[in-house]
Design a binder for this molecule. Structure first.
Ligand code: ZN
Length: 248
């Protein structure tokens, strides 16, 4: 991916809800990321920039970090946990340059994970964070130079990270739909069902995937676009089940 994110970014102002520090975070300018396509598991691919790199907001003073959607909202108990368990151990990243590398971005996601654990975040928040980290790893993997030395080892290593994060996302979304209400992370129930089906396919829970997709395809409340995606996924699923010698 060409390293020209900087011209598509601006410094957005934030006030930390934990320590009240005012700081700026690199944010993608609206309209600057052109959507090229959406993959089966709903990962969006944009032209010339990976907006996921900029979705974790991190306070450089106290170490509080979360996805932008969740950043402003913390309870007083969570505030206490973060200032007791994150801040004393936090060291701000060194000069990050005009745009983030994948390594820097993944590190920011890891800090957000530590925060999510410490503040006992809802399953859906952990799920969404895991999903986005998995997608970010996929994006990183795809950006590697196939001619570079050590390419194969690096690719395999990042792919393993991708799978681990997506697995965690799958497990946490299953927990979230059993315990939380919709909308969830901005997604309605049908979208989350579709996402669960796509993740179920990834981890070869073929019957669960099939059940969810059939439900979406026959539902009266599912929009055309999602229904089309569910039909496409069902075709891929049927082919995979056939290849695996499993009856549909
Ligand atoms: Zn702070």
């Amino acid at each position: 991916m060409a390293g020209n994110d900087a011209e598509k970014l601006f410094d957005k102002k934030y006030t930390c809800p934990i320590c009240e520090n005012e700081f700026t975070a690199k944010t993608v300018k609206s309209g600057k990321a052109r959507l090229l396509k959406t993959e089966m598991d709903l990962r969006n691919i944009y032209e010339g920039i990976e907006p996921l790199k900029y979705d974790v907001i991190l306070c450089p003073k106290c170490g509080y970090a979360a996805l932008s959607r969740f950043f402003p909202t913390v309870t007083s108990v969570q505030e206490k946990y973060i200032s007791e368990k994150i801040t004393p151990n936090f060291k701000a990243p060194e000069d990050e340059g005009p745009e983030y590398t994948f390594e820097q971005a993944i590190n920011r996601y890891k800090i957000a994970f530590a925060n999510a654990v410490v503040k006992v975040a809802k399953a859906s928040e952990g799920a969404y964070l895991s999903l986005k980290t998995g997608w970010l790893c996929r994006s990183y993997k795809e950006s590697l130079d196939a001619e570079a030395e050590g390419y194969r080892e690096k690719y395999d290593h990042i792919e393993k990270m991708e799978k681990d994060y997506l697995k965690r996302a799958y497990e946490l979304f299953i927990k979230a739909v059993q315990t939380e209400d919709f909308p969830m992370c901005g997604m309605d129930e049908n979208t989350v069902d579709y996402l669960l089906a796509a993740l179920a396919m990834e981890f070869e829970d073929y019957y669960d995937a099939s059940k969810l997709l059939s439900k979406l395809i026959t539902s009266q409340t599912v929009g055309h676009r999602l229904k089309d995606k569910a039909r496409d996924a069902k075709e891929v699923l049927a082919a995979r089940m056939k290849a695996a010698g499993i009856e549909n």
